[in-house]
Structures are given as structure tokens and as C-alpha cells.
Design a protein around this ligand. Structure first.
Ligand code: NAP
Length: 319
């Protein structure tokens, strides 16, 4: 009998078709009621799950009897209870590398947009407010040659550093749980404490994975250390930041601006951030280009098939 695969978010159509040719595919659908209830029902006899953006843990996976692999179409895996999965001998795979450059592009897009007030000035122009030459209210911050502080010099952090170094002649500071000597050498990046980085950087970019150490890494105290003209960018995970502290820092003009792709609660609805004109808000689109999403889906598909055919998936989180 065909193996059963649960698809828990929208997938690339080619990959979806390939899965349907090979397996008995069940799609979860929010229109059919509570998703967690659907998971609990369908997972009983499922062999694999594939998708992104859903919390999977004991509360919805407990009924699984033969689940072998969860293939996440993402690099971050903070949505999954890895300890529980390991205890149940359920593999978890993810899709690193293929989204690194696209996400770093987005980090820089946010940095430049927030520094140069791009969304506000786009609206301003379209609303016909451009009556004479622009004044101080429309001025932004220079980027070229400034200092960027990167928190988390992993794959994406290093790709941001490469752009900053080669494209914008920036001085680079970084903070990481451990020093990354070889990567840092390529960009002349200086290792420093979080406090030093916050105090000295004109731009602060967060690129850590969400874990017990990085949760609310940025709070009231940390925003208070940043310079008044500094721009804060978060492309990592919303929970790395105490969002209320950021809102306060932006409201009080304690920092110049922020560029955000991720939030404590997603999708972002009715947020005080919407009232602020010194923040650029994007709907978690770090990897959302057609090419990259296709590569991620292909990799996730391969991880899933490898597991079901008794090969070790290339990117297994819990070997
Ligand atoms: P990665 O290669 O694992 O890099 C994460 C880096 O953060 C590592 O160098 C890690 O260093 C460091 N780190 C972790 N906790 C830290 C802490 N408390 N203090 C300082 N450094 C810390 O992962 P990646 O591929 O660059 O991706 C990073 C994250 O970006 C993902 O986990 C995901 O959550 C997020 N992301 C978001 C989007 C989006 O759509 N916005 C897209 C892709 C990825 P050590 O472990 O050595 O300390």
C-alpha cells in the first residue's frame, strides 16, 4: 500500500504533483476546521509530513503510530519540539543553504528601506505630497562606509556580511555564541560582546536561530544601548526580540528605524507597529522568491523520500 504523506502548508505545484504520483497525499485545509484536530486525526497512520509554519509537538503528534519523518520546508525549526520527536524516533529534516542568499538580500532590502525611508516616501510621492524639493523630514541615513553589527554570524549572517563588506564598504562587528574566526577573516569582521556591538553599530542585523539563549535577546536594556541614529533589522525570528520594547524604542525615537520580517505572533494583525512610520513591516518573506521556494520544496521532497526509502536524509536535524 502507498505510504501516507500529510502536506501541512502550500507546496510548490511540481513537488505536490510528484508527491501525489508516489504517495497517498492528504492535504490539511484550514477551511475544513481546526488544523490541529485534522493533524491528530490524519497523523494516526501517516508515514511522513511535509510543510512549514505549523507548531508540531506532543499535543498534535501523540496519536502518530508510524510517523517516520517530518520534512520542514524551512531552515529554522523552532516550530518543532525536537526533543519530543527524537524521543518518538521521528526524524526532522530542514532546508538550509538554498535560502541563505535570498534571505540576506531581504535583510539588506530592509536595512536600506528603513535607512532611506523608502516605503514612507513611496506613499508620500504617490499621495501627491511632493510639492517642492524634499526637506529634513524626508532625509534618511547614509549606509555606505558605516558600521554594521551582525548578531549571529551563521550562514545568513555571513551572507549579510559579504554584502556589507564588498558592496557597501562597511566595517563589520559581529556577536555569536562562539567566535567564527575563519568566516570573520573574509570580511575583516571583529568579534565583540553584544553590548559593544549595540553601542558601536549604525546598523544592527539579527540573524540568529531561535533557541533558549537567543529568546528575547533584544529587550529594553539592549535597545537603550543602541545609538539614536541606528537602524535595527530582524530577519531571524520574532521571539528573539521583546516586541513591546522595540515598539517603545521606535515610538520614543530612541533608535532611528527598524526593518522587520518576523514577529512574536504571526500573521501580524492590529499591531501598534502599524501606527509607526519609522518601521518597515514585511510578512515573513525572507525566502519568498519563486526560485528559492522551488529549491526549498525540492530539498524538502528529497529529504522526505530519502527517509521513506530508508536512506538518511541529507539535512536531518536529529540524527
Ligand atoms: P545558522 O547557520 O544556524 O546560523 C545561526 C547563527 O546564530 C549561528 O552562527 C549561531 O551560532 C548563532 N547563534 C545562535 N544563538 C545565538 C545567541 N544566543 N547569541 C549569538 N549567536 C547565536 O542559520 P541560518 O541559516 O543563518 O539561519 C538563521 C535563522 O534565520 C534561522 O534559524 C531562521 O530562524 C531564520 N530565517 C528566517 C527567514 C525569513 O524568512 N525571515 C529565512 C531563513 C532563515 P552558534 O550556534 O555557533 O552559537
Amino acid at each position: 500500500m502507498n505510504k501516507k504523506v500529510i502536506v501541512f502548508s502550500q507546496l510548490d505545484s511540481d513537488i505536490q504533483a510528484r508527491l501525489e504520483n508516489q504517495f497517498n497525499v492528504v492535504m490539511l485545509n484550514p477551511k475544513h476546521g481546526d488544523i490541529n484536530q485534522q493533524i491528530r486525526q490524519e497523523v494516526v497512520d501517516a508515514d511522513a509530513m511535509i510543510g512549514a509554519g505549523r507548531l508540531l509537538n506532543e499535543s498534535n503528534l501523540a496519536p502518530a503510530q508510524k510517523l517516520k519523518i517530518i520534512s520542514s520546508v524551512s531552515v529554522g525549526y523552532d516550530n518543532y519540539d525536537v526533543d519530543y520527536l527524537s524521543q518518538r524516533k521521528i526524524g526532522l529534516a530542514h532546508t538550509p543553504h538554498v535560502l541563505t542568499e535570498t534571505t540576506a538580500d531581504l535583510a539588506f532590502t530592509l536595512l536600506l528601506s528603513a535607512a532611506r525611508k523608502i516605503p514612507q516616501l513611496d506613499q508620500w510621492t504617490k499621495q501627491g505630497a511632493w510639492k517642492r524639493t524634499v526637506g529634513t523630514a524626508q532625509y534618511g541615513q547614509d549606509v555606505f562606509g558605516k558600521t554594521i553589527g551582525i548578531i549571529g554570524l551563521g550562514h545568513i549572517g555571513a551572507a549579510v556580511a559579504r554584502r556589507a563588506f564588498h558592496g557597501f564598504n562597511m566595517s563589520i562587528l559581529y556577536h555569536n555564541r562562539r567566535e567564527k574566526i575563519e568566516v570573520a577573516q573574509q570580511f575583516n569582521a571583529q568579534y565583540c560582546s553584544l553590548d559593544d556591538l549595540l553601542q558601536q553599530s549604525d546598523f544592527v542585523v539579527v540573524a540568529v536561530d531561535l533557541n533558549a539563549d537567543s529568546k528575547t535577546l533584544m529587550g529594553e536594556r539592549e535597545f537603550a544601548l543602541m545609538q539614536k541614529h541606528a537602524v535595527f533589522v530582524n530577519i531571524a525570528r520574532g521571539s528573539v526580540v521583546n516586541e513591546q520594547a522595540l515598539i517603545d524604542a521606535l515610538s520614543n525615537q530612541q533608535i532611528f528605524a527598524a526593518g522587520l520580517d518576523v514577529y512574536q505572533k504571526e500573521p501580524l494583525q492590529d499591531s501598534p507597529l502599524f501606527q509607526l512610520d519609522n518601521v518597515v513591516t514585511l510578512p515573513h518573506i525572507g525566502s519568498a522568491t519563486a526560485e528559492t521556494r522551488k529549491k526549498m520544496a525540492e530539498l524538502a521532497y528529497q529529504n522526505l523520500v530519502d527517509a521513506l526509502e530508508n536512506r538518511t536524509p541529507r539535512y536531518l536535524v536529529n540524527p
